[in-house]
Design a protein around this ligand. Structure first.
Ligand code: 26Q
Length: 761
């Protein structure tokens, strides 16, 4: 009865907005109309804030398409779907008309998006603050097996982020700019509506873009919010990053103070009104900026520093030294001279607190360490998985940990089940609901109820059948969007994440070459395999691009060889993004999480694959460690050096890749193949030789010592999959049932309990 009623309501609303019959409307019209309906509906769930409100500041929000997600969260999805189908229209086709927002690049940005969903779902007052990039992250194209970057003009006519009349003045290099606020409603699942606040300049002009994604980096007025992470291989690019960051934090800080004062704050009591989470070092300048603004309003420097410390908290997402931002002080002198005396005073305060020069904000070379400022002037520093936090405490940030042991804490990452189960895998969601009821949608720990069915053959068969259907759906999508044909009867092994040497797509590459030789020698894998990759490489990251090139060339080599392609296929998906991930993850049999132990802070793809019934092949790194603990060693494939072995190898400085290459004939054979005639017939010598030399002479992320263990474990997984499908299904069900801990609802509850205390006065 209810469905029918709502259905009619939706039908009436749609017809009214479109001014004609649903069957006569274009998908664009229907999309625009639904956008309006969602907007109206989400406004009803906006609620006044009492007590402390969170501001999550981040350079990235990788939010994905919003229509279906918002409809699900508002409880309208089924009604809209039925209504469209009644009129011969399809939800899937409608979804294709929506462009994916290009506001993020990887795990950190997707985490921010999952957090916004969980905050709203848990009825917690928490907004995001970021930038409205016009092109955001580049669009990836493959030509001649090489990655090419083109601008992603994702902003169209109808957008989720609404222009407001609010502007804030921001001074950049001594000149005033007007930062305009755009607001995007974030709907919670049966929860409240919060907002993602995005800042932009009215003067941005995409005609400054030249070839590919190059542009005049100095024309700030026109280029400031064009791209996310603009190429910073030259000084103009690095200065531009500072311009961007300051626009975001200055406008954000002004907005926060304005809101808090409107709600009654005297600013002396700011911590009763606001909690600010600094997502990695990109928003770190919010600290001196808030101090500057508080001082302007008559608060003393010392008190302002105390207030800011109480309000702000910092999340670290990496232990890679090169990703911890540090800037030559003269960059700041150029772009934000108003902050420099403040940062200098903070540095002086730190030098009073400790003799340990290694924790200084400004070092002897006049370099400003943003992470150091974060740790000294926030009340909380957290890592994003248990192992990561331990490594921060015991090695990377040990000097800080000794100064402030009480500030360090762990918050293991999580993912929103609304997008990564309900939205991307409705059939599995339905099966789970039929077995354990709907409570798991709001309380993910309820998934453990599935453990009662691990010996139930009928259920296991359904689980296996769903996976097979999702593989078929991915195969169709690949064919339809990328003209790639894959065999859904084969085992799908997926590695999708940013391309980075520490994530070791090159280890997977060496395995595939090894398999190629094995098949040639008549040693077939136990099941035909399809290795699927999705990854973008940073435009200036040469070796990462060479790894993409090698995988694309290998894909061709194998495709040309019927003897091998019957058993193995390599597929590299173009322009990997949230939309692609939503298709790939439900279709995965084996999830590849093979980073060099100690280097992946957490990983969140690992959680998404597990939740969708893939088994993990992984190193004991990041959150893999906690996944392994949750599912038990029989239900995961772990291999490789431990993080402590790796850390020891680095500190001894005695790793020599060439020795491994010389001693191990399989490794040598696989590496030499990179520049053999088969690869050169599809690839470019320069790129392949560079990669080969890198692996033999450097291999900074220690691929070679893990090679043999990886081959053995992976082949074991393939054999298990082939030889005992029911047992495989049983183990996937165990993985699903243990995924509850990795819900971002749990993560957000922990942040709230330990750090934010939202809603409390
Ligand atoms: C730094 C300096 C100069 C230019 C760019 C950057 C930069 C840009 C992006 C540094 C880091 C990033 C993004 C990092 C990131 O996505 N980290 C991932 O965060 C996830 C969420 O916590 C973790 O799960 C992943 O392990 C971590 O890699």
């Amino acid at each position: 009865m209810k469905i029918k009623e709502n259905n009619n309501k939706i039908e009436t609303a749609l017809t009214k907005i479109c001014k004609r019959e649903i069957s006569q409307c274009s998908y664009e019209e229907l999309y625009t109309a639904l956008l309006e309906i969602v907007e109206e509906e989400s406004k009803k769930h906006a609620a006044p804030v009492k007590g402390r409100k969170l501001y999550y500041i981040s350079a990235e929000f990788l939010i994905g398409k919003l229509l279906s997600n918002n409809l699900i969260n508002l409880g309208l999805y089924d009604d809209v779907k039925v209504c469209l189908e009644t009129h011969g229209r399809s939800m899937a086709e409608l979804e294709e008309t929506e462009p994916e927002p290009s506001l993020g690049n990887g795990g950190l940005g997707r985490l921010a998006a999952c957090f916004l969903d969980s905050l709203a779902t848990l009825n917690l007052p928490g907004d995001g603050i970021g930038l409205r990039y016009h092109c955001g992250l580049f669009h990836q194209k493959f030509t001649n097996q090489l990655q090419r970057e083109t601008p992603d003009f994702w902003l169209g006519g109808d957008e989720w982020a609404k222009r407001t009349e609010k502007t804030y003045t921001v001074s950049l290099a001594g000149k005033d700019y007007k930062a305009r606020l755009y607001q995007l409603a974030v709907t919670g699942y049966e929860g409240r509506t919060n907002y993602l606040n995005l800042f932009d300049l009215d003067t941005i002009d995409d005609s400054v873009i030249r070839e590919g994604i190059s542009f005049d980096k100095t024309d700030i007025e026109k280029n400031l919010t064009l791209f996310l992470y603009p190429d910073d291989s030259d000084e103009a690019g690095r200065l531009l990053r500072i311009y961007q960051q300051y626009l975001m934090v200055s406008a954000g800080a002004q907005m926060i103070l304005e809101e808090c004062m409107e709600r009654g704050s005297s600013l002396h009591d700011l911590d009763k009104y606001a909690a600010i989470q600094i997502n990695d070092t990109h928003p770190s300048m919010v600290i001196p900026e808030l101090i500057r603004l508080l001082c302007e309003k008559g608060i003393t420097f010392e008190e302002a520093a105390e207030i800011v410390t109480k309000v702000c908290a910092y999340t670290n997402h990496t232990i890679l030294a090169e990703a911890l931002e540090k800037w030559p002080k003269y960059y700041l002198d150029t772009v934000v001279p108003q902050l420099v005396p403040i940062i200098e005073k903070l540095d002086a305060m730190v030098r009073e607190r400790t003799q340990d020069g290694s924790t200084a904000i400004i070092d002897d070379y006049k370099t400003v360490h943003m992470a150091h400022m974060d740790i000294h002037f926030t009340h909380s520093t957290n890592g994003v998985a248990a192992l990561h936090t331990e490594i921060l405490k015991n090695s990377e940030l040990n000097h800080f940990y000794r100064l402030y042991p009480e500030r360090f804490n762990n918050k293991t990452n999580g993912i929103t089940f609304r997008r990564w189960l309900l939205k991307c895998n409705p059939e599995l969601t339905e099966l789970i609901e039929s077995l354990i009821g709907p409570e798991f949608k709001k309380d993910a720990s309820k998934l453990e109820g599935l453990l009662a069915f691990t010996e139930d053959e009928a259920v296991l068969e359904k689980v296996a059948k769903l996976k097979r259907d999702n593989k078929e759906a991915l195969a169709q999508w690949l064919f339809h969007t990328q003209n790639i044909a894959v065999n859904p009867e084969s085992m799908f092994l997926i590695q999708s994440k940013r391309l980075h040497e520490y994530k070791r797509q090159q280890l997977n590459l060496l395995y595939l070459i090894h398999q190629y030789f094995e098949i040639k020698a008549g040693h077939m894998p136990k099941a035909p395999i399809t290795a699927i990759f999705g990854a973008k490489a940073a435009p200036a990251y040469t070796i990462a691009k060479d790894i993409i090139h090698a995988l694309l060339a290998l894909s061709r080599v194998i495709g040309d060889d019927p003897e091998v392609s019957r058993w193995m296929q390599v597929v590299f998906i173009e322009n990997y993004n949230v939309t692609a991930a939503e298709k790939m993850i439900p279709a995965c049999d084996l999830s590849e999480q093979i980073s060099l132990a100690s280097k992946e802070a957490s990983g969140t793809g690992n959680m998404k694959f597990m939740l969708n019934g893939a088994l993990t092949l992984g190193t004991l790194d990041g959150a893999n460690v906690e996944i392994a603990e949750a599912v038990g060693e029989d239900n995961i494939y772990i291999f490789g050096q431990s993080s402590s072995q790796v850390i020891r190898r680095y500190s001894n400085g005695d790793y020599c890749a060439r020795e491994w290459y010389e001693v191990d004939s399989n490794i040598r054979r696989a590496i030499n193949f990179l520049t053999g005639e088969e690869m050169l017939s599809h690839g470019t010598k320069e790129n392949l030789e560079r990669l080969k030399n890198e692996l033999i002479n450097k291999d900074w992320f220690q691929t070679l010592p893990d090679f043999n263990a990886y081959v053995v474990r992976k082949n074991q997984a393939i054999a298990d999959y082939a030889q005992n499908p029911m047992d495989w299904a049983r183990r996937t069900l165990i993985n699903i049932s243990k995924a509850g801990y990795f819900s971002s609802d749990r993560t957000i509850e922990e942040y709230n309990k330990d750090i934010w205390h939202l809603g409390e006065a």
